[in-house]
Design a protein around this ligand. Structure first.
Ligand SMILES: NC(=O)C1=CN([C@@H]2O[C@H](COP(=O)(O)OP(=O)(O)OC[C@H]3O[C@@H](n4cnc5c(N)ncnc54)[C@H](O)[C@@H]3O)[C@@H](O)[C@H]2O)C=CC1
Length: 393
C-alpha cells in the first residue's frame, strides 16, 4: 500500500529522473535482458539500439512519479501500456522480475547515498501499485477476447494464405487459423501480436490489422526496414503455406462511430490502420476524406485499391501528397510535406469532423500543429496508437 510518505519520496525523485532517467532505463534494460533472456522476445532490438525503448520507459517512469498523487491524470499512458502489453501477451508473473531489476538499477545508477533504503522502499510500493493496476486491466482484456465468439487466449497457429506486394517496401500477409475455425472480429484500428522464430530465436511484434473484420482471416501489411529483424524475416522468408502464431487483436485506437464526416490522414505505413477504418466508414455511409502522404510514388501502397473505391463511392474523396516527385505518373495531388493550406483545402470542414492521424511521430506532430492552426478542436482529433494530442509531446 502506498503511504503519503511513499508518495512524497517518489515525487522528490522527479528531478533525478528528469536528469538521469535514460541512464537508469538503459542500465535497467541491459540487466534485464542479460539476466532474463526469456524476456528478450518481448523487446524490439532495433528500438533498443536506437534508444527509443529506453527513452519511452524513462518517460513512463517520470510521468508516473509526477502523477503519483493523481493517477487519474495518467489515463492515456496506462491505456497505451496495457494495449502494448496485451498485444505481446505480457503476464502477471513478469512484473516481479521487471520490478526487481528496476529497483536494482535505481540503486546502482543513483548510488546508495541517493537511492537509500527509504527511496527504494517507496519505489517498491509505487511500482507494485502500478503493477496491480496493469495486471488487472490486462486480465480483463485477455478474458474479454477469449470469451468472444472466435476469440482465444495466448498463441494460436495461423497459416499464410497470401503474400501481396503493395509498394516497393510494404507487403501484405493474409492469415487464416490453421484449425479452420472462426476468428474474433477486430475493431478498425486494432492490431495483433505475432510470434515467430527467426534463426531459432523467438520474436514478438505487434502489427496493425489492415483489413476490416470478416470473421475468417486477418491481414497485416508490413514495411521492410533495413534493421528490422522481423520485417525482413516476413518479407524474405515467410511464404504462403507457412505457419505463424498470432495473439488476439487488441488496442483501443479504434474508429468511433459518431456519424460525422471522417478525415483519415496517414503518412507512410501508418496507412495500414486507416484501411479498415475506411472500409467500416464506407459501409456506414459516412463521407470520408482520405489524405495520404508518401515519400514518393514507389513507396505509395494501396493507391490502386483506394482509387478504385473512390471511383465507385462518390462520398469517398482521396488526396495524395508525395514528399518528392519526378513528374512521372502516377501523379500526386501535391508535393512536399502536407501543410495547413493543403489540409484546409482537402478537409470538408475544420469543425464538424472526426480526424484520425497515423504515421511517423514527426509527421503526426506536424499535422497536429497544422490542425491547431486551422482551429480544428483537439477533442475531435486522435493520433496513432497513442490517442490524445498531448501524448505526442
Ligand atoms: N501511428 C500509427 O498508428 C502507426 C505508426 N507507424 C509508425 O510510422 C513510422 C514509419 O512510417 P514510414 O512509412 O517509415 O514513414 P515515411 O518515412 O515513409 O514517411 C511517411 C510520410 O511522412 C512524411 N513526413 C515525415 N516527416 C515529416 C515531418 N516532419 N513533417 C511532415 N511530414 C513528414 C513523409 O514526407 C512521408 O510522406 C514508424 O515509426 C511506425 O512506428 C506505423 C504504423 C501505424
Amino acid at each position: 500500500m502506498l503511504s503519503p510518505e511513499h508518495r512524497a519520496i517518489v515525487k522528490a525523485t522527479v528531478p533525478l529522473l528528469e536528469a538521469g532517467g535514460e541512464a537508469l532505463t538503459t542500465h535497467f534494460y541491459r540487466m534485464l535482458l542479460t539476466d532474463h533472456p526469456e524476456l528478450r522476445p518481448y523487446f524490439n532490438q532495433a528500438s533498443q539500439q536506437s534508444g527509443e525503448q529506453q527513452r519511452a520507459l524513462a518517460n513512463g517512469v517520470l510521468m508516473y512519479a509526477r502523477h503519483i498523487d493523481r493517477l487519474q491524470h495518467l489515463g492515456d499512458l496506462v491505456t497505451t501500456i496495457v494495449n502494448r502489453h496485451v498485444s505481446l501477451q505480457v503476464r502477471a508473473e513478469h512484473y516481479p522480475v521487471v520490478g526487481a531489476c528496476l529497483l536494482r538499477a535505481m540503486r546502482e545508477v543513483l548510488g546508495e547515498d541517493i537511492a537509500t533504503d527509504a527511496v527504494i522502499e517507496a519505489w517498491h510500493a509505487a511500482y507494485f501499485q502500478l503493477a496491480d493496476i496493469l495486471v488487472g486491466a490486462e486480465k480483463t482484456a485477455y478474458d474479454s477476447v477469449a470469451d468472444s465468439p472466435g476469440g482465444w487466449r495466448g498463441a494460436r497457429s495461423f497459416t499464410v494464405m497470401a503474400k501481396i506486394r503493395e509498394s516497393n517496401e510494404i507487403t501484405s500477409f493474409w492469415f487464416e487459423p490453421t484449425d479452420g475455425d472462426a476468428v474474433v472480429a477486430h475493431e478498425p484500428g486494432q492490431h495483433v501480436g505475432l510470434r515467430a522464430f527467426v534463426d531459432g530465436v523467438e520474436v514478438r511484434r505487434s502489427y496493425s490489422l489492415s483489413s476490416v473484420a470478416d470473421g475468417k482471416r486477418y491481414r497485416i501489411s508490413v514495411k521492410r526496414r533495413p534493421n528490422g529483424v522481423v520485417s525482413k524475416y516476413l518479407h524474405d522468408c515467410m511464404h504462403p503455406g507457412d505457419t505463424v502464431e498470432l495473439f488476439p487483436p487488441a488496442g483501443d485506437f479504434v474508429l468511433d462511430d459518431s456519424g460525422k464526416p471522417l478525415v483519415l490522414i496517414s503518412g507512410g505505413v501508418g496507412i495500414t490502420s486507416t484501411l479498415p477504418m475506411l472500409q467500416a466508414a464506407l459501409a456506414a455511409d459516412r463521407p470520408i476524406h482520405f489524405i495520404h502522404a508518401a515519400r514518393h510514388s514507389d513507396a505509395h501502397a494501396f493507391r490502386d485499391w483506394i482509387d478504385d473505391l473512390a471511383e465507385h463511392h462518390p462520398r469517398l474523396k482521396r488526396y495524395y501528397c508525395y514528399e518528392v516527385h519526378d513528374g512521372e505518373t502516377p501523379m500526386p495531388d501535391a508535393t512536399g510535406f502536407l501543410d495547413a493550406a493543403l489540409l484546409a483545402t482537402w478537409m470538408p470542414s475544420t469543425q464538424d469532423v472526426d480526424v484520425y492521424v497515423l504515421g511517423p511521430r514527426p509527421f503526426m506532430r506536424a499535422i497536429r500543429s497544422h490542425l491547431r492552426e486551422l482551429g480544428v478542436p483537439d477533442a475531435q482529433v486522435r493520433y496513432g496508437f497513442f490517442g490524445s494530442p498531448s501524448s505526442l509531446d
